[in-house]
Design a protein around this ligand. Structure first.
Ligand SMILES: C[S@@+](CC[C@H](N)C(=O)[O-])C[C@H]1O[C@@H](n2cnc3c(N)ncnc32)[C@H](O)[C@@H]1O
Length: 292
């Protein structure tokens, strides 16, 4: 049966995830200090047989594995002695399928793919704790803004309950500037951000809500801005980003159709000429639980 609920989760296409990888990786350079903090936290943890235990890493909304592909080598570069055991979690089995053909990464001793949703995290972490005491953290990239506020609460509650650290990357913050500016940019951005809130989704508030929840639960939370800086060389990504954005705006505000078509035509011409500069807000968040 065709799902006609406009608020239902939509599959993310693997070619979009491939297209955005280089921009994500460039943006994440700004979050290296968060990674260093996380590593210092893990190093200071006292665990039985800590020297031999791998760090267990749970990647939520793993998609085609881009978060692991970036994060695992970064961890290995500075802590090669710490072996990594990854669990890639996503509710879309078709995307997880791609992770199985990813090349092996130094320092990663095992990767399993699990088809599951946010609501399953608590049980996954509980089962993991029963298996053995060990180092671990939960991570995600480009996910928080897609979750409903209820799912964010569930996610944060699972972390608080299990005293698990988290590194959440590349959450959309709702800001976007395009140079040269266009008179329609602001109204289209507003309509787009409203679209991101459909069906109770957190949208641009996702990262702030997560920060608030975890700080209230006693976590030490640090954030850093990791915007995409897209220039002429990113033409394919810019064109796709703008046309997907226009589709979302049209759904939110059908009365803007004519303006939107003209805006997109202007923007497509500028993108093809390599004359657009886009800054799209993202933020990374590190949450370290209180010591027990
Ligand atoms: C924008 S993609 C990011 C994928 C990957 N982390 C990356 O950076 O390329 C968001 C991913 O989250 C998954 N996802 C969205 N909502 C989810 C949920 N409630 N439970 C599990 N996975 C979810 C989607 O299937 C998709 O793979």
């Amino acid at each position: 049966m065709i799902n006609t609920d406009p608020d239902a989760p939509r599959p993310i296409s693997s070619d979009w995830l491939t297209l955005r990888r280089p921009a994500d990786e460039a943006a994440r350079q700004a979050s290296l200090p968060l990674l260093a903090e996380l590593q210092a936290f893990l190093t200071a943890e006292e665990v039985p047989d800590g020297d031999e235990q791998p760090v267990r890493i749970f990647d939520l909304g793993a998609g085609t594995g881009a978060n692991q592909a970036w994060l695992a080598p970064q961890l290995n570069a500075t802590q090669p002695q710490l072996k990594q055991q990854w669990t890639l979690i996503d509710h879309d089995p078709a995307l997880l399928e791609h992770t199985m053909s990813e090349p092996s990464i130094d320092g990663v001793i095992g990767t399993e793919a699990v088809v599951a949703g946010i609501e399953d995290l608590e049980q996954i972490l509980r089962g993991d704790t029963e298996a053995a005491g060990h180092l671990r953290f939960v991570t995600c990239s480009a996910l928080l803004d897609l979750l409903t506020t209820t799912q964010l609460d569930t996610l944060c509650a699972a972390l608080a309950e299990s005293h698990t650290a988290a590194l959440f990357s590349l959450s959309v913050t709702g800001t976007m500037t395009i140079e040269p500016a266009d008179p329609l940019d602001d109204s289209l951005n507003k309509a787009f951000n409203l679209h991101q809130n459909r069906g109770g989704r957190a949208g641009a508030r996702g990262v702030d809500l997560t920060q608030q929840f975890l700080a209230d639960a006693g976590f030490t939370v640090t954030t850093v801005d990791t915007p995409w800086e897209l220039r002429g060389k990113h033409t394919a990504l810019i064109e796709r980003f703008l046309s997907d954005r226009a589709d979302a705006v049209l759904e939110e505000e059908p009365s803007l159709a004519e303006d939107l078509n003209q805006w997109l035509a202007r923007r497509a011409e500028q993108a093809a000429a390599g004359s657009l500069r886009l800054t799209i807000g993202h933020r990374d968040l590190l949450a370290l639980p209180p010591r027990q």
